[in-house]
Write a protein that binds this ligand. Structure first.
Ligand SMILES: Cc1cc2nc3c(=O)[nH]c(=O)nc-3n(C[C@H](O)[C@H](O)[C@H](O)COP(=O)(O)OP(=O)(O)OC[C@H]3O[C@@H](n4cnc5c(N)ncnc54)[C@H](O)[C@@H]3O)c2cc1C
Length: 372
């Protein structure tokens, strides 16, 4: 089977890798460099537990399925690529700095525990045993042992290497202008250099998925996030866990980078960094970990989450024969990579929609429109 994939983020690369392993002839088109989109900008948190919110039951299930797949997926990617991906299992701490924060956190904890998420309430002393540099005002914390992290800037290159080693063809610097559809079937991809024919086409172009011509517009929009990184001494890091504080999260990497994120902004593809955005991130991080004050700022950046109309991914059959969607992963695309890759690959190989992604097909928007 000849498969053409649009987009070399973690989603397109992961699907391409598994399809190439299964014997498909896969060509992946990336208009820039592989892994340069949201997959580069992200924080790499695998936060299915701490992010559990009311009203997202299908997404809750998908997030947890993917989280459970992560340890084996990480081992497989590392073995297939020969590259480390910085998968870390210390877990996540969500902290409260005031009594009001603590009351809110306890309230959310009760809901999350009622959903079966394994979380633990920590007193300030218990939280400080885990993270001694947390601010003295600490009022309590929730510990989520299963919310791990991966270094997304290592993950995408590792997936690209695994994809190429499995026989996939990676075409960087090649933008897909249009999907050619004839008699209700997707047949080819058009680039500036010509037409490329395939049996199956996978759209995995992240926040840009709605911009490709040739088929009805997809409800995917860019959701901007500003981030910054500080440099810690890797031999004496200020933090070991992923830490969520009010308005900000803090993610320590093994090389001493301390990633701080992220704003959530509806500004189209405006990638400007703003004083207000960076100030809010630094202020939130400093209130949680005052020791960051002396650390050098080593990078600032903005990225675009691929948000769908209901903020859940759009996966599987498109309603057009031969065209499969794998997009709209919004703020959890790194977390959702293993389940997306497994389910979309299975759907393509078997020709039958994988049950794990049935609730995330494009038809859910059409059904809602009809019901309205
Ligand atoms: C600031 C920020 C923080 C985040 N933090 C986390 C986190 O902690 N945990 C988590 O799970 N998720 C996080 N996310 C979300 C996560 O990054 C995304 O959901 C995920 O990376 C989506 O992967 P993707 O492969 O679909 O998209 P992308 O990585 O954006 O890849 C899409 C690729 O398609 C290419 N492309 C676009 N149009 C075309 C075209 N016409 N032709 C060819 N190529 C094209 C682009 O160049 C791009 O490389 C974060 C995102 C942001 C922005």
């Amino acid at each position: 089977m000849r498969v053409g994939i649009i987009g070399g983020g973690v989603i397109g690369l992961g699907i391409g890798w598994r399809l190439a392993q299964a014997g498909c002839a896969v060509t992946l088109f990336e208009r820039d460099r592989a892994g340069s989109g949201a997959s580069h900008a992200a924080a790499g948190m695998l936060a299915a537990g701490i992010e559990t919110e009311p009203g997202e039951r299908d997404l809750f299930t998908l997030n947890h399925q993917s989280q459970a797949l992560w340890p084996d997926f990480a081992a497989d990617v590392q073995a297939a690529s020969g590259l480390d991906i910085g998968y870390r299992t210390e877990g996540t701490l969500r902290i409260a700095l005031t009594r009001d924060d603590a009351a809110k956190l306890r309230h959310e904890l009760a809901f999350q525990q009622s959903m079966g998420v394994a979380l633990e309430w920590l007193t300030p002393a218990q939280a400080r045993e885990r993270e001694p540099y947390l601010d003295a005002k600490l009022a309590g914390a929730v510990f989520s042992p299963a919310d791990h992290q991966v270094d997304n800037r290592k993950l995408a290159p590792a997936l690209a290497a695994a994809f190429s080693k499995a026989g996939g063809v990676l075409r960087e610097g090649q933008k897909i202008e249009r999907i050619e559809i004839e008699a209700g079937r997707a047949r080819a991809l058009r680039t500036a250099s010509g037409l490329h024919e395939f049996d199956v086409i996978v759209l995995a172009a992240g926040a840009w998925s709605g911009l490709i011509e040739g088929f009805p517009p997809l409800p995917v929009r860019p959701v901007k996030g500003q981030m910054l990184a500080l440099q810690m001494n890797p031999a004496a890091p200020l933090a070991h866990h992923v830490i969520w504080a009010p308005g900000v999260y803090i993610v320590p990497r093994a090389d001493g980078r301390l990633v701080i994120g992220a704003t959530v902004e509806e500004r189209g593809f405006d990638g400007a960094l703003t004083a207000g955005g960076l100030l809010a991130l630094l202020d939130g991080a400093w209130r949680a970990l005052p020791g960051i004050e002396e650390l050098p700022v080593i990078e600032t950046w903005a990225g675009f989450r691929p948000g769908s109309r209901d903020d859940a991914p759009i996966l599987g059959a498109s309603g057009i024969d031969g065209l499969i969607f794998a997009t709209g992963h919004h703020r959890n695309g790194i977390l959702l990579t293993p389940v997306t890759v497994a389910a979309v690959t299975e759907t393509i190989l078997s020709g039958v929609s994988d049950p794990r992604i049935l609730a995330f097909s494009m038809t859910r928007f059409q059904k809602r429109q009809q019901a309205a």
